[in-house]
Write a protein that binds this ligand. Structure first.
Ligand SMILES: O=C(O)CCC(=O)C(=O)O
Ligand SMILES: [Fe+2]
Length: 471
């Protein structure tokens, strides 16, 4: 398969001795600017309308290609028809990524392949959106540490994994305890029936109705290198999901309205997933996979994955713009650290993610999962230190997980969480946590394990700077 507009990776310029390179001639003075600036700012953010873009695309081969970048037309569509996600989906009957332009101009668009356009900035997203994720990841590498998978009793799990902060995959637990849920979350249409058809769900920054998201899931031609991922904290908040493997839930002392978000329904198509992060507020987590296959990569506390830049306070994480781009550029370096823990989780398995572990997930197929974060004896000290010393990085208290956007009430809630939680914890478990709380109050800083970031927080970031060659 080759790029629909003929774009080749930068490295091919040298293979072809660059004689057909049309960048300098085609862009004139603008050739001094990097592709990222030309595309993201000049063409995408500049508010050039569709007519200007179409005219500009006739100036030269290279402008033709740049003016057809999918994200430019996606934004054109959003500006032309704001707030009409449903309309996009109803009209997107064309079976290619070219549909955005056709939707705006109302004229079917046929891509022409151009010679002599070399750009990693354009080539990478296309490669990441079209390469087979399963072929790339499954069974191809020899990871230093396969994450253990086993059927075990709760006591073994708590002793060998939870209390030692080691990840593992629990087998047979869903089948033995949640057969009724397996039947409710096996297919996307069952999810719709379970949620109720007109339920609103959170998909990254967007809140859409389930039928809208369901239509998107079925329009594969709209899925980019970063398909829209449903990560909804409300849909299953009140379901009783207790399991003897996870007997503790100390945040419950805060009550339903004060506790940070703690349970998410997670639905997405192949290639969607979660970029590297540490789970919020120093919690432990489990992730129960009802349908599909997920590739997990984890690194222990204190080992920041290559290609991932956490901010000083850990509140923000910058990484590759898409999951597959990280894999292509950084996975080999991550393997070389000798600290990679990896596995493919199958339907019916539960992944345990200990507090402080970096992890990323790529859905190798369409996936439906439920994930829950919790505080128990093994991580309560860490959670208290986090709430006391990393207030700005606390997430799940409402708002957009971003100080600039959060209201004063969210900031205030974060500020008070340590006091409220420690007081209620002491009251709920008399004689057990007084000393710990006093110690944490007396400490001046917290040595946590690296940085803590909420799921799906930063999307744009480090594109590869090395020339990339495809033979
Ligand atoms: O299923 C996923 O995408 C990963 C979710 C996650 O990060 C978690 O469960 O902690
Ligand atoms: Fe996570």
């Amino acid at each position: 398969m080759s790029h629909p507009y003929g774009v080749q990776p930068e490295g091919n310029r040298f293979l072809n001795s660059g004689c057909d390179d049309c960048r300098d001639r085609g862009l004139g003075t603008l050739a001094r600017l990097p592709d990222s600036f030309l595309i993201d700012h000049l063409l995408e953010d500049s508010y050039l309308g569709p007519v200007c873009l179409c005219r500009l695309s006739r100036v030269s081969r290279v402008f033709y290609v740049y003016c057809h970048v999918e994200s430019i037309w996606r934004w054109q569509y959003m500006r032309t028809f704001p707030a009409s996600f449903q309309a996009i989906l109803e009209e997107a009957t064309l079976t290619s990524t070219l549909c955005w332009k056709s939707l705006v101009t109302r004229v079917p668009h046929v891509a022409l392949r151009m010679r002599g356009v070399y750009s990693d900035y354009l080539f990478h997203p296309w490669l990441c959106a079209t390469c087979g994720v399963a072929d790339h990841l499954e069974g191809r590498t020899v990871t230093p540490h396969p994450i253990p998978k086993a059927a075990m009793d709760p006591a073994t799990f708590l002793r060998e994994y939870e209390s030692k902060g080691r990840p593992c995959v629990l087998q047979g637990v869903i089948q033995a305890n949640w057969q009724h849920l397996l039947e409710k979350f096996e297919t996307f249409s069952q999810v719709g029936e379970t949620l109720g058809q007109n339920r609103r769900v959170q998909c990254e920054a967007m809140c859409v109705t389930w039928p809208e998201y369901y239509a998107y899931l079925n329009h594969r031609e709209l899925h980019s290198e970063r398909p829209l991922y449903l990560f909804d904290p409300e849909a299953l908040r009140d379901l009783n999901l207790s399991l003897p493997y996870f007997p503790h839930d100390f945040f419950s002392v805060l009550g339903k309205d004060t506790r940070p978000q703690y349970r998410w329904l997670v639905v997405g198509p192949e290639r969607s997933g979660s970029s590297f992060h540490i789970d919020p507020n120093a919690t432990n987590a489990w992730n129960a996979l009802f349908s599909g296959k997920k590739w997990w990569l984890m690194l222990p506390p204190g080992v920041t994955p290559p290609g991932v830049k956490p901010s000083a306070d850990g509140g923000d994480v910058t990484t590759s713009p898409s999951l597959m781009e990280w894999v292509m550029n950084w996975y080999p370096a991550a393997l070389r650290t000798g600290h990679c823990y990896e596995t493919v989780c199958e339907a019916g398995e539960i992944m345990y993610i200990p507090s402080g572990w970096w992890h990323m997930v790529i859905n190798l197929t369409d996936c439906i999962a439920l994930t829950q974060n919790y505080v128990g004896p093994s991580n309560v000290a860490k959670v208290l230190r986090f709430l006391r010393h990393k207030k700005r990085a606390i997430t799940g208290c409402g708002g957009m997980d971003d100080d600039e956007l959060d209201g004063q009430d969210v900031i205030a809630r974060r500020g008070e969480l340590f006091d409220v939680f420690s007081t209620k914890l002491i009251k709920a478990f008399p004689g057990k946590y007084e000393e710990l709380v006093e110690q944490v109050k007396g400490s001046v800083s917290c040595e946590l394990d690296g940085s803590i970031a909420p799921v799906q927080k930063k999307r744009k970031g480090l594109r590869a700077s090395e020339p990339f060659t495809l033979f």
